[in-house]
Design a protein around this ligand. Structure first.
Ligand code: NAD
Length: 360
């Protein structure tokens, strides 16, 4: 790929702080990548009157991948109309405009941080990925309305075979690079959309004979994630179930500051376009204090390199640098145990760059 282009959207709150360190890491491992910064969220609303300026959208449509910090904050929480709020008019509108239909959220405990997990020691070392369908299901189905004078409400859950197939291929391909196991989560004992989901996933699985497929009901999955999370490799599920399960899985590592994510546009070959961002928000409570943990954003850069830029070696270098820095005891405030010394956002970036300079 000649001179890939990454659009960087720092956003609000701690977004610019964590993105700055992540971009330093990106440039260190992929100096030929062109990086272009644009406005989004409350910062864009303040500067140009809209949370997703056309110029930002155009830049995103012309690049290989987008790296985003976070959007939103108390200053913009009550703005009317809601379409001008950073999350709705900025991030959700961007995801929709970019047609990102598969969300990947890896949940991995770093051994050095196992003590921060809420799970018992033998369960603490989790390594799974939730693959969530992102543009279908009950969040988008119509009609969505009130009836009978507002006393009855209707939402519609709708899935097509094409939508399920697209995200199922993402999960199976991902599993083939991991431990070769897909758990497809549904509610097929009750819902028609889940029966269609199950049939379709079963059919897609025949193209991946090396992958073991199991089906699990969503209520059981919610329980197994807490009881025995190590049994999972790739969890494949629809939009609503994935929303809930990915947040449940996220707490297993003990820190929101460690969780990357990718939202991909599938069906474009082996290096899909994607939007990469930390799972956390703009953390207004610590914005401007220099205490934010940049590692979720740095790990999102690793996903970007591996998935949209097809540079697995560079991605491995970033992940190994994070692991070594943590092994060496470097901690941001959110990761430090009581009494343990911690470093700021920039110092964590410095530690990563120092490690990468050693050429490992
Ligand atoms: P949040 O994720 O911003 O913060 C939750 C808690 O985790 C806070 O105490 C925060 O200090 C801490 N935290 C989060 N990221 C951290 C990091 N990298 N390092 C250290 N500590 C970290 O969630 P919230 O407080 O519910 O939301 C704050 C704002 O962010 C709201 O306006 C919300 O709408 C927005 N938000 C944006 C996104 C996004 O841009 N994708 C996602 C979630 C929330």
């Amino acid at each position: 790929m000649a001179e890939p282009k990454v659009v960087v959207l720092p956003g609000d709150g701690i977004g610019p702080e964590v993105v700055e360190q992540a971009v330093r890491v990106l440039i260190a491992v992929a100096p030929d990548v062109a990086v272009e910064e644009r406005l989004i969220g409350g910062a864009a609303l303040d500067a140009v009157g809209h949370p997703l300026p056309q110029e930002t959208l155009d830049a995103c449509l012309r690049c290989n991948a987008v790296l985003l910090g976070a959007v939103g904050g108390p200053k913009w929480d009550c703005i009317q109309p809601v379409e001008l709020r950073p999350e709705v008019g900025g991030l959700l509108a961007l995801r929709k405009a970019l047609r990102l239909n598969a969300n990947l959220r890896p949940v991995r405990t770093f051994p050095a941080l196992a003590a921060a997990s809420p799970l018992k020691a033998e369960n603490a070392l989790v390594d799974l990925v939730v693959v969530r369908e992102l543009t279908g299901g009950i969040y988008f189905g119509r009609p969505r309305e009130r009836r009978e004078g507002g006393r009855v409400a209707v939402d519609t859950c709708l899935y097509s075979v094409d939508e399920v197939e697209a995200v199922a291929h993402v999960a199976f391909r991902l599993a083939s690079q991991r431990r070769r196991r897909v758990t497809s989560v549904d509610k097929a004992n009750v819902l028609e959309t889940s029966r269609l989901w199950r049939e379709t996933v079963e059919r897609v699985s025949s193209a991946y004979p090396e992958i073991e497929l199991e089906h699990m009901l969503v209520d059981n999955c919610a329980m197994q994630l807490v009881r025995n999370p190590r049994r999972f490799d790739v969890i494949l599920t629809e939009n609503l179930f994935g929303d809930v399960l990915s947040d449940e899985a996220a707490v297993l590592t003990g820190s929101l500051g460690m969780l990357p994510s990718a939202s991909l546009r599938t069906g474009q070959g082996s290096s899909p376009f994607g939007l990469y961002e930390p799972a956390h928000g703009s953390a207004p409570d610590i914005a401007g204090t220099g205490r934010a943990n940049p590692l979720a954003t740095v790990l999102s850069v690793a996903m970007l390199l591996r998935t949209s830029l097809a540079r697995p070696e560079a991605a491995d270098r970033v992940e190994r640098a994070v692991e070594r820095v943590l092994d060496a005891g470097v901690r941001t405030a959110d990761l430090a145990e009581a009494g343990q010394a911690w470093v700021g956002t920039r110092e964590m970036g410095d530690a990563l760059l120092a490690d990468l300079k050693l050429g490992r």
